[in-house]
Write a protein that binds this ligand. Structure first.
Ligand code: ARG
Length: 462
């Protein structure tokens, strides 16, 4: 079979070249965008009287048929066609004959792949955003139920101060909110149509790029043809945006691994989202959060790969760019399944409020509150307050208790400067609610954060 570009070639391609050169095995995922782009191009050619209305109709009907064949699984993908663009054009010409051969007028595969891949990336950007919004809804649902659930807030993975579990979950909602905003920014930045740039320099035909942009749902055409066919920033932005999402997912996943361990027992993962051990019958393993944590590796790799591919390329199109697709498709797939399973794993997990509260009784979490009380209510300078608090901690340790468990009488006996009412201050709940500064962990502030996040979500969910 003669290739579409083989006019000047005397010998057939080697089988090895075909396997090396072809992108069809992976760029067939662009079939939908390729057909959409070709339909718009055909309409533009007819509108500009570059082809006739009849030819356009034949092309459109043929493309519709090709689309059906692909979606029904009837389309025969032949490696010799090299890529999805030529595979579809070849089939179209088989189906409709002469008019099919006119579709590629005033177009090159360079602007064709640029528009196809950009539309694919923008579509995936939207899908991923929608999934993050759903995940945020789940997180906020959990947070709403736990605005008063005590857990040890940590720094250095050491008990620091009591916080509410809802407050802790809100922190993740804030990260995912930024991820959505980052994707929105990328979408806006790249929502311009490269089709009509042709090979690198534009085209002598009287085309209408404004029409193409509008027809394909872009804001406007891109500005410079040379940039348009060589630019892959849109793909890199998506790769970076996904790397950030996966980094956030990995941090939450790490906490889920810790929380579901015997040492913490803060959550219990549902059986549906846990796995067993092949040798230890008693085990229930957090494979889902572990894999979520591990998946960040490949998406960081995909970002770095494409940055490296692009860094030394002279203008304009180079075949190196064909290496842009697999990494993006892998990152997209990874992000989409990760977002879906994280949402389900969270939804189905049991939150063990009792265990979280018990954990708050280890580590003297309210020591700062005691020092603050001595300064504010007992007129003790901070350095001395720090010292007295240390003595109270030492006393509690000697009794095998947490300072929040000492009685008022016990505390008053430690230093004469400590005033009555101190017990109140040492309570875990009071300590948490005392942190009522804007953005703090008190139940009131936690609820206010949820309200703000909900309002933000509402603007985006239809
Ligand atoms: N399969 C190619 C790619 O993905 C399409 C563009 C080919 N253009 C060319 N001049 N060889 O980049």
């Amino acid at each position: 079979m003669k290739k579409l570009w083989a006019g000047r070639f005397l010998e057939a391609s080697s089988e090895l070249l075909e396997r090396f050169n072809a992108s069809l095995p992976f760029d067939k995922a662009l079939y939908f965008e390729d057909i959409k782009g070709s339909k718009a191009h055909a309409k533009m050619l007819a509108k500009q009287e570059i082809i006739t209305a009849k030819e356009c109709e034949e092309i459109l009907a043929g493309l519709e048929k090709v689309l059906g064949e692909i979606e029904q699984g009837e389309f025969v993908f032949k490696i010799a066609d090299e890529d999805i663009h030529m595979a579809i054009e070849a089939r179209l010409t088989e189906l409709v004959g002469a008019s099919g051969k006119k579709l590629h007028t005033a177009r090159s595969r360079n602007d064709q792949v640029a528009v196809d891949f950009r539309m694919f990336v923008l579509r995936k950007n939207e899908e991923i955003r929608a999934q993050i919004l759903e995940l945020m809804e789940t997180i906020l649902e959990i947070a709403s139920k736990h605005t008063a659930t005590l857990m040890p807030g940590m720094t250095h993975l050491q008990h620091a101060q009591p916080v509410s579990f809802g407050f802790h979950m809100n922190a993740y909602a804030c990260m995912f909110k930024r991820d959505v905003e980052r994707l929105e920014d990328s979408h806006k930045r790249h929502n311009y149509c490269p089709l009509g740039s042709a090979a690198l320099a534009g085209t002598p035909y009287p085309t209408d790029r404004e029409f193409l942009a509008k027809e394909l749902g872009f804001l406007a055409p891109t500005l410079n043809a040379m940039d348009s066919v060589s630019d892959r920033d849109f793909a890199l932005d998506l790769l970076y945006d996904i790397a950030m999402v996966m980094m956030h997912i990995s941090r939450l996943a790490e906490e889920m691994v810790l929380w579901s361990s015997y040492e913490f027992k803060f959550i219990t993962l549902s059986d549906a989202y846990s796995t067993g051990s092949s040798i230890m019958p008693q085990k229930k393993n957090p494979d889902v959060p572990e894999l979520l944590r591990g998946k960040s590796g490949r998406v960081y790799g995909n970002l770095l790969s494409l940055l490296t591919v692009m860094k030394g390329l002279p203008l304009a199109y180079n075949k190196d760019t064909q290496e842009d697709k697999e990494g993006v498709m892998d990152s997209v797939e990874t992000a989409q399944i990760s977002l879906a399973i994280l949402k389900e794993a969270l939804k189905s997990a049991t939150i063990n409020a009792k265990a979280m509260e018990e954990a708050c009784k280890r580590g003297h979490l309210t020591a700062t509150d005691l020092a603050d009380f001595l300064v504010r209510s007992c007129e003790v300078p901070f350095r001395e307050a720090h010292h007295i608090t240390g003595q109270v901690v030492a006393y509690a340790e000697s009794k095998g208790k947490d300072i929040s468990e000492l009685s008022e009488a016990e505390i008053l006996g430690i230093d004469s400067r400590i005033k009555a009412g101190v017990k109140e201050v040492l309570s875990l709940k009071n300590s948490m609610n005392a942190r009522n500064s804007l953005g703090g962990t008190s139940s009131a502030q936690t609820k206010a954060q949820i309200k703000t996040l909900h309002a933000w979500l509402k603007k985006r969910l239809k």
